[in-house]
Write a protein that binds this ligand. Structure first.
Ligand SMILES: [Zn+2]
Length: 104
């Protein structure tokens, strides 16, 4: 059902790029709403059939809701960014292993 709807939407006319006399590029469509829906549907279909979708992950950071694309070779990336969530997780692990907080 959803597939049929997407196919139908994707078949609609997408916005047409129009260059006006001042050199500004705009997008025109006979049915503007339908054109936007068609654009979205085409993107959705491309993404849904793409192998990239298997690499989309949710960040393991406890307070993070980010999604990221795991392009690492083994496909085991856990955080949206090593600089933020990855580092935070490392620090938390370190504190758990060293409850006294002393530096050796
Ligand atoms: Zn994150």
């Amino acid at each position: 059902h959803e597939r049929a709807l997407l196919n139908e939407a994707a078949a609609m006319a997408t916005p047409m790029p129009v260059l006006d006399e001042r050199g500004t590029l705009t997008y025109a469509a006979a049915d503007p709403i339908g054109a936007v829906v068609a654009d979205i549907a085409r993107d959705a279909l491309t993404l849904a059939t793409s192998p990239v979708l298997e690499r989309v992950r949710a960040c393991s950071g406890p307070t993070c809701a980010a999604w990221f694309l795991d392009m690492s070779r083994p496909g085991t990336r856990r955080w949206c960014s090593m600089d933020t969530c990855g580092n935070q997780a490392k620090k938390t692990t370190w504190r758990t292993r060293n409850p006294s907080g002393t530096t050796a």
